[in-house]
Design a protein around this ligand. Structure first.
Ligand SMILES: [Zn+2]
Length: 204
């Protein structure tokens, strides 16, 4: 059975869990043997999260959620590419997740690499940087010649671009948002404070 939480209720639960994480409150996340046993025959996550692979941004930890609660799709720079979009669609269509959250974070290495340019330490990292590059362009618009672009402005632009990619490339996501049965949200995790600011929500 999928969760019976509405999109708005699921988002509130994520916000409440993050508040506990920020404050260092006792964790309520269920990760014990009983919880594991209860999930042996199925899962009903409350959210699908597309997050950066950064080791400091583990979604289950920053939202104080347990086993079976968050369907995580992660790569450097939380790039929305076909396999990832298909994975998110699986979480929504098959598992009934009522929220798709794109989670960026401050001081993201992928964003900095795209913003600063220069030689990359390995060839395939180019795929990450190239995916962020359009947001470097948009964040640089209006800057004086030679002025350095702010990586956080690039990260914010990249978050909005990623949400637009999901909305435009997934008919499932856009249809369910329109129907009010799915929230598509964007958030920024502050690696210093632990706070997730959910700045963009459609569909809830
Ligand atoms: Zn990152």
């Amino acid at each position: 059975m999928p969760t019976d939480l509405t999109p708005a209720q699921a988002l509130q639960r994520l916000r409440d869990g993050n508040d506990r994480f920020v404050q260092g409150a006792d964790r309520t996340a269920q990760t014990d043997i009983a919880r594991r046993d209860s999930l042996a025959t199925g899962q009903s996550p409350i959210a699908a999260v597309l997050a950066c692979a950064d080791s400091r941004v583990a979604p289950e930890l920053v939202f104080d959620e347990g086993l079976g609660e968050i369907f995580s799709v992660r790569n450097a720079g939380q790039i929305a590419e076909p396999v990832g979009i298909g994975s998110l669609e699986y979480a929504v269509a098959v598992l009934g997740a009522p929220v798709v959250l794109v989670l960026r974070h401050t001081s993201c290495g992928a964003v900095k690499a795209a913003a600063h340019g220069g030689e990359l330490p390995a060839a395939n990292i180019a795929a990450v940087v190239d995916a962020v590059a359009p947001s470097v362009q948009s964040a640089s618009a209006g800057l004086a010649d030679g002025a350095a672009v702010d990586p956080e402005a690039v990260g914010a632009a990249h978050l909005e671009a990623t949400l637009k990619t999901l909305f435009d490339q997934s008919g499932l996501i856009s249809d369910r948002v329109a129907a009010g049965t799915l929230a598509l949200a964007g958030g920024t995790y502050d690696i210093a404070t632990g706070q997730v600011e959910i700045s963009t929500v459609v569909g809830a």
